[in-house]
Design a protein around this ligand. Structure first.
Ligand SMILES: O=C(O)C(=O)C[C@]1(C(=O)O)C=C[C@@H](O)C=C1
Length: 388
């Protein structure tokens, strides 16, 4: 009986507390609306006087002043967080007003009807038969003017930046091994623009000379990465094979063809069988099935088409608590869906990073413009890597 009464009292208290909270919230909402309207006036002033939206000093002064209004450590932290949020939304409103006045920063990209792929000169790293060539063929399936191999990824970037080629195709991520860090770094160095991407299934095959049987094989050649991806197959099914590393998988196929020794085999994509006159002795021998690599197609031109559905950006942030959290709020606030986030150490700056983010959208969309405007002002440096 007593316990019941206590609970009843408690319930009464809860209802009363909630009524009071509702009252306070209504006042906060009203004041918030009033505050946001004044923020609009500030934006008008800033637009007229070409002042940036973000004023870090003003925000920090305000937060310090508000914190000083209480001695309670918990309250101080709460007040800081609350007003950080209030000012963050205030900035987002100002970015919108800027865009409405056509004052958003020029992103330096121009829209074109379509890419002229049929007359494109394309380069990829490796030799004929490399997975990069398979990616080129899949992406430019309607055809292109030329498709030439170059020795290194840097050579591919050089070729597009000095005008020898129009597009370079580079691997950026493997579903088993993760990102190809070097190509992220090259993207930043050359400021190349992504115009498309192509995912290629990486199935390794065991290739031998025509007439050779698996039981003849003693030596296998391949790229170390491919040998590693087939490590279980080699260890468990063919423990008697001796494995040798070469510079790439297509080169391994070429060697087997040239040496004409039926005890040699290559581990490479099955496309190499046709290219080098070999036969497929065994298919999909990698340990992890469904192994895929994502390639990007890059150009030196800052173009995009109206059909683009993804935006790829990179930015750096100061090594400060909450800096990434604040930047990500622009995606959430503008209802944009992020599909990828990666980070790379910033060269020469210990513990500072460049972040790479892909999200769904097109540069013409208002939500995308508002988000990018915020990022441009609130990151140290922001680059649009492409929209495709
Ligand atoms: O005082 C300004 O300059 C404003 O734009 C207002 C405001 C705020 O909402 O308090 C918003 C953005 C600035 O970074 C600083 C403060």
């Amino acid at each position: 009986m007593r316990i019941d009464r206590i609970r009843m009292d408690g319930m009464k208290d809860l209802a009363e507390s909630r009524r009071r909270i509702d009252e306070i919230d209504a006042r906060i909402a009203e004041l918030y609306e009033e505050r946001l309207a004044i923020s609009g006036d500030v934006a008008e002033y800033k637009i007229a006087n070409h002042r940036p939206v973000l004023d870090k000093r003003r925000e920090e002064e305000k937060l310090t002043r508000l914190e000083a209004m209480t001695d309670d450590a918990f309250l101080r932290q709460g007040v800081r967080e609350l007003f950080e949020q209030i000012m963050s939304v205030s900035r987002k409103k100002q970015y919108r007003l800027l865009a409405e006045h056509g004052m958003s920063e020029d992103l330096g990209f121009y829209e074109i009807e379509d890419y002229d792929f049929p007359s494109a000169r394309v380069v990829y790293q490796g030799v004929r038969g490399a997975y990069s060539q398979a990616a080129c063929k899949a992406f430019f399936r309607e055809g292109c003017a030329s498709m030439e191999p170059v020795e290194t990824w840097r050579d591919a970037m050089e070729a597009i930046s000095n005008g020898e080629a129009d597009y370079a195709v580079l691997p950026v991520e493997n579903s088993t091994a993760g990102i190809v860090t070097e190509n992220y770094d090259l993207m930043m160095e050359y400021q190349a623009v992504i115009v498309g991407e192509q995912i290629i299934r990486i199935d390794h095959a065991l290739l031998g000379l025509p007439g050779a049987k698996i039981s003849d094989i003693r030596r296998v050649y391949s790229h170390p990465q491919a040998l590693a991806q087939c490590e279980g197959y080699l260890r468990n099914i063919h423990p008697d094979f001796e494995a040798y590393s070469l510079k790439n998988t297509a080169m391994a196929a070429k060697k087997v063809m040239e040496d004409k020794d039926p005890s040699q085999a290559a581990i490479a994509g099955s496309i190499n069988a046709q290219i080098y006159g070999l036969v497929v002795l065994d298919q999909a021998i990698q340990d992890i099935k469904g192994n895929e690599t994502r390639f990007i197609v890059v150009s030196p031109k800052r173009e995009y088409t109206s059909g683009a559905k993804n935006v790829s950006i990179a930015f750096s942030l100061p090594n400060e608590s909450g800096s990434l959290y604040r930047v990500l709020s622009h995606f959430i606030f503008n209802g944009l869906s992020m599909t990828r986030i990666e980070s790379r150490p910033l060269r020469g700056k210990k513990w500072e990073y460049t972040f790479f983010i892909d999200f769904e959208g097109n540069l013409r969309e208002e939500a995308v413009m508002n988000c990018l405007q915020g990022l441009k002002e609130e990151t140290e440096e922001m680059f649009i890597l492409g929209t495709f």
